[in-house]
Write a protein that binds this ligand. Structure first.
Ligand SMILES: [Zn+2]
Length: 404
């Protein structure tokens, strides 16, 4: 099977290169915004939206015009890529997958992508990569890049530049290792497995949260666009980026540990609405520390759950295993021993005690056991009756194509 994988490294540009990186990112943003403004104008006057090729033609005009001649000094592939991105943003919008495309602001996801792989040279032995109009750039080489380079994305985060190298390679379909497990996702415990393993939440958020709040307060007291304001703003951005990194690290460690040891992982099919509810709790089972979760912490956790699931999905696929999502009905209220369903089974947040048979267990473990059972049930339904051959659930057919 084909495996797409992204390898991300920090770039170590020299002074000229750092200036060019900023300039290229700014030019891509300029082209994106100009094309978006044009599309909006056309829409307002009842004209048809331009397709990628129409926009691409305009880009050539812009690069040749004296007014925007500086665009000619920027590599053309990243500029075209930002037009493709705009086209994709519109496609997502029309398919109701996303909001209407918005103008890009400076400092907000500054990035650009080289899709002309034949012009890119990767020299791993010397920890450097060649990119058109930037030349050889050094990078912090932390691991070997495997496969054929397909494209390269350069991005800025927290004042640093990164390169993400997407590659493709043929790998053997691995034989999944380990058994099946169910996961209960929560706030107090990030993940509880049906075998009793517990992954604690990432507590460093708390520390970061206090620092972030203070930094944000400091920022609000500064005169906008003054030097002190800029310094304070950079500080806020730094803390945000530290939070992101800590979270990414935590999610990767957890999803790797679980996918390594299991062939089949069952997880509750959480929707955004469910997650908001699970933080606030229900009337019967109010969530703890609801106010504390309402702000940053909760939003981080919410995103974390989606990201965690995405990682589990592709990491399991890499190892030949699969992820099964089950509807989250009654998983916290069903007795795994006798099957009795009642809200009374769960008197407190962390204790489960069946009112029918007296079975006692930690409530999260019970949730995980029920998720595992629901997963088995779903799998049983997908066994074709004639051949008796087990079909792979849909999740497993997606090959892992995401960054690591
Ligand atoms: Zn029972």
């Amino acid at each position: 099977m084909q495996r797409l994988q992204a390898f991300k490294f920090e770039l170590k540009p020299n002074g000229d290169q750092a200036r060019d990186l900023r300039r290229f990112a700014g030019s891509c943003r300029f082209v994106y915004n100009r094309a978006l403004a044009l599309q909006q104008e056309r829409y307002a006057t009842g004209e048809k939206k331009l397709g990628y090729f129409g926009l691409s033609k305009l880009l050539t005009e812009w690069r040749n015009s004296t007014e925007t001649a500086w665009l000619a000094d920027v590599p053309v592939h990243p500029l075209r890529q930002s037009l493709k991105d705009l086209d994709q943003a519109y496609a997502n919008f029309f398919a109701k997958r996303a909001d209407a495309p918005r103008f890009k602001k400076k400092g907000q996801s500054d990035s650009f992508r080289y899709s002309d792989s034949e012009k890119i040279k990767l020299d791993q032995a010397n920890s450097r990569i060649f990119l058109p109009k930037l030349g050889w750039l050094r990078y912090r080489n932390s691991r070997e890049v495997l496969g054929v380079v397909k494209n390269v994305t350069v991005s800025q985060s927290g004042g640093k530049w990164f390169v993400s190298i997407q590659t493709e390679r043929e790998v053997e379909r691995p034989i999944p290792q380990g058994g099946a497990v169910g996961i209960d996702m929560g706030i107090v415990r990030f993940a509880t497995l049906s075998d009793g393993t517990v992954y604690a939440p990432l507590n460093s958020f708390k520390r970061h949260e206090t620092r972030l709040r203070k930094a944000q307060q400091a920022l609000s007291r500064k005169v906008k666009f003054s030097n002190n304001w800029k310094k304070a703003k950079a500080r806020v951005q730094r803390i945000h980026s530290r939070i992101r990194n800590a979270r990414r690290d935590f999610l990767h460690k957890t999803s790797t540990a679980i996918s390594k040891n299991h062939a089949m992982v069952c997880i509750e099919d959480l929707q955004v609405g469910n997650m908001t509810k699970s933080a606030a709790g229900t009337i019967a089972q109010p969530g703890r520390n609801v106010r504390g979760k309402a702000g940053l912490n909760k939003s981080i956790l919410d995103q974390g759950w989606f990201e965690f699931r995405r990682q589990l999905d592709y990491k399991l696929a890499w190892r030949g295993g699969w992820l099964i999502a089950v509807p989250p009905q009654n998983t916290s209220r069903t007795c795994p021993c006798c099957g009795h369903v009642s809200a009374d089974n769960r008197q407190t947040q962390d204790r489960f005690e069946c009112v029918e048979c007296g079975f006692e267990e930690n409530a999260d473990v019970v949730g995980a056991i029920n998720v595992l059972r629901a997963g088995h049930a779903r799998l049983a339904c997908e066994v074709s009756p004639a051949g008796g051959q087990q079909q792979e659930p849909t999740e497993a057919t997606q090959s892992g194509s995401m960054s690591d």
